[in-house]
Ligand binder design. Sequence first.
Ligand code: CP3
Length: 357
Amino acid sequence: MEQGDRNMTQGAIEAGNRSFLRVFAGESLSVPPIWMMRQAGRYLPEYRKIRADAGSFLDLCYSPELASEVTLQPIRRYGFDAAIVFADILLVPDGLGQTVGFVEGEGPVLDAIAGRDDFSRLNKTGLHSCLAPVYETIARTRAALPSGVALIGFCGAPWTVATYMIGGRGSPDQKIARLAAYERSSWVIGLMDLLVDASAEYLCAQVEAGADALQIFDTWAGSLPKAEFDRWCMAPTAKLVSRVREKYPDVPIIGFPKGCGSSYQEFVAATGVSGVSFDSSVDMEWVAARFGGETVVQGNLDPLAVVGGGDALDDAVDRIMAAMAGKRFVFNLGHGLVPETPPDNVARVVERVRSGR
Ligand code: CP3
């Protein structure tokens, strides 16, 4: 048996109790399931090795063999209770015909959609042939994972994906897309409708391929005032959730409207998500008083606490665990792991959560 297989088996023993799906089926567990956003990524030496050999970041996303391997890496190393398929939210614009690239040290660069003419060039014709490798990654990963470990599929929420499509890149404030939204142009509305439609098909195809649960990442939800949040985040996400539920009524769907503050409650009520992921700014005692009964709570350790490590990290983990005791809860971060994270600090979090403190 190779070292990797042995680690996988050990992880499976600890994690092999379907704890993630049990929480979504109604249980609260004294040792909650744990996984971390961006658990596959540059902080792991084994990821960097595959990434260096794969060619571009998109080549890695579209290689079922390599994408499945990097999806499994953090499961082997830490025995997480859920894996998340290795892909990116910007594969959907790629599938709709927009030019998408990832520039080393800079992040995503897209051929910006700046008006009706650009928008009119997008369509769903090539969507599933473009995304077929992701479906194959899911099938392969599901076959390789221990049965007790859940596999999560995902997409970006229409608003967050639109901010990159309209802005052409990431920025500190996604100002270009926010301004376009205020203009209420018909092409922006058309773009959102297209994203709801394409994302619904994409998520359904991921379930079909073997995903056990889904997460919708709305990283830029917190950039909008309430009325704009209702229009561009909540309403499209509600449509997306109901489209998936028409076909898969029972699949757990987790919403992540990052930074939406006092709108979390209304978001859950309006979208009907099965679970909601909280960013690190939200106090888990506030959360515990309102969620974790009917709706599963996920979150919300600060990714930088994991970089810092030490007593401050232990204290942060303990506070979240204490607040969420007795609730339907999945331990996670408030946003993704960052590249400078020491891998041992991730292990420290997993151990602390599993020690039941
Ligand atoms: O969580 C996981 O382990 C699954 C993989 C995953 C990636 N991206 C891989 C990735 C997931 C769930 C995403 C989602 C994603 N992608 C979001 C939503 C969540 C969030 O982080 O806010 C967004 C906004 C993107 C768009 C994106 N992709 C950006 C802005 C960047 C560059 C910045 C960065 O963090 O590197 C990416 C690239 C990207 N996506 C990397 C990874 C591992 C790094 C690329 C590399 O390895 O060279």
